[in-house]
Design a protein around this ligand. Structure first.
Ligand SMILES: *Cc1c(COP(=O)(O)O)cnc(C)c1O
Length: 411
């Protein structure tokens, strides 16, 4: 356990490394290349014998400072930052899996991750999508070539909560790499490390950056997984401390060779945004709870999907695992109510696709982010044509309640 609290540690993280002139923020270093007076030093940096920077695709001081913050938030042993959350997911799976391997994924999945895993199938990686609210459903799919289990904490837009503990225990027993996408909860609400995750993914674009003004993603190694037992580590990386092999391979084969590097300017923006994560999350979660309750009690709403409501199927699990229930909820309107009309009648909520912003955003799911999937797969994921998803921000609660009330009371 760290000796200081989450926010205190984050706020003082850059300063601990004593940036020049006593700067409180790690400066933005735009330099692509880093020079050395003695060419031998440069060679040693390349060979990993000396700490330092050579070429910014693989590492940049501003980005490394952000990686340190995320590692600290997740209480992990190291992180690698990428240009987006999707780039982080792509880099880790493409470098740790090969043709003939089997991946088990939650079926309750971010739309683009779902689409991306379909691409992995074309590369010869077998993928099974299972109901991750049950560890038994995951266990039934494990085979000899299963390498990795991928789940999200709270899925979007239906808000299923994965059996995070059960799957963690299963992965531990069977020696499988357990990857948890913590984007929806953020490390303020939940630490995947505590349920046995080996790697944690965060889209920094969402809650951690928090202001909808920069893209970024990370992979964090929690230190839980025994890389010496993982068959897909290249021989060249099977050297030194086995605890570092996983991230080393993702950094070299994923970040360096695939090249989706985070820009230093974005790293600075995300780091600054992250400083208020805990305050923003607490306010946004309290707002979401109030609005979900309001909707649940209103005649215009057929159903509310929010883990904070006692009738949610995984409410008890969410209560046990998470500090609070997240800032995202979805609703099905009563039949006959047009979801576009309803969304347009809200004056504070912006019709927009992002989530984890300081502003409240709403989106008609079937007609936008889940459109490409088609009606059949939408139905199997429990996404109705009238479903609206809300990512609630940090506005004053009374204003949000008044806005939702006037829109609902029209029906
Ligand atoms: C948004 C999101 C991603 C992808 O992140 P980007 O930064 O937009 O690429 C991955 N997982 C989840 C759960 C997300 O919400």
């Amino acid at each position: 356990m760290p000796s200081k609290g989450f926010t205190t540690r984050n706020l003082h993280s850059d300063r601990e490394d004593q940036p020049e002139h006593g700067a409180l923020h790690k400066p933005v270093h735009p330099s692509v290349a880093f020079g050395y007076a003695d060419a031998r030093e440069l060679a040693e940096v390349f060979q990993g014998k000396r700490k330092g920077y050579a070429y910014a695709r693989q590492g940049n001081p501003t980005v490394v400072a952000l990686q340190k913050r995320i590692t600290d938030m997740e209480e992990g042993v190291g992180s690698i930052a990428f240009s987006t959350g999707m780039a982080a997911i792509a880099a880790l799976t493409l470098t740790l899996l090969k043709a003939g391997d089997h991946l088990i994924s939650s079926a309750h999945l971010f739309g683009n991750t779902n689409s991306y895993f379909r691409t992995l199938e074309r590369l010869g990686i077998e993928v099974d999508f299972v109901d991750a609210t049950s560890a038994v459903a995951v266990a039934e799919k494990i085979r000899g070539n299963t390498r990795l289990v991928f789940v999200e904490t709270i899925a979007n837009p239906v808000t299923q909560v994965a059996d995070l503990e059960g799957i963690g225990e299963l992965c531990r027993q069977r020696g499988l790499l357990y990857v948890v996408d913590n984007t929806m909860t953020s490390p303020h609400l939940f630490l995947p490390k505590s349920v046995g995750a080996g790697l944690v993914v965060n889209s920094l674009t969402k809650c951690i950056g928090g202001h909808g003004n920069a893209l970024g993603g990370t992979v964090t190694d929690t230190g839980n997984f025994d890389w010496s037992a993982y068959p897909n580590i290249f021989d060249i990386y099977r050297k030194g401390d086995a605890g570092e092999w996983g991230l080393l391979q993702i950094r070299k084969k994923g970040l360096r060779d695939m090249g989706a590097s985070l820009a230093p300017e974005a790293a600075h923006t995300l780091a600054t945004g992250s400083e208020s994560l805990s305050l923003r999350m607490d306010q946004a979660c309290a707002n979401a709870m109030a609005l979900a309750r309001l909707c649940a009690d209103h005649r215009a709403v057929a159903r509310v999907y929010y883990p904070g409501l006692p009738e949610h199927p995984q409410h008890q699990r969410a209560r046990k695992l998470f500090r609070s229930f997240g800032a995202l909820f979805s609703i099905d309107l009563k039949s006959g109510i047009d979801c576009f009309d309803f969304l347009s009648s809200l004056s504070i909520v912006v019709s927009s696709s992002n989530l984890g912003d300081t502003r409240s955003l709403g989106i008609p799911v079937a007609h936008t982010i889940y459109f490409e999937m088609g009606p059949q797969r939408r139905k199997s994921m429990g996404v109705s044509d009238s479903m609206l998803r809300f990512s609630i921000g940090i506005e004053d609660q009374a204003d949000l309640v008044a806005d939702f009330s006037q829109a609902l009371d029209r029906y």
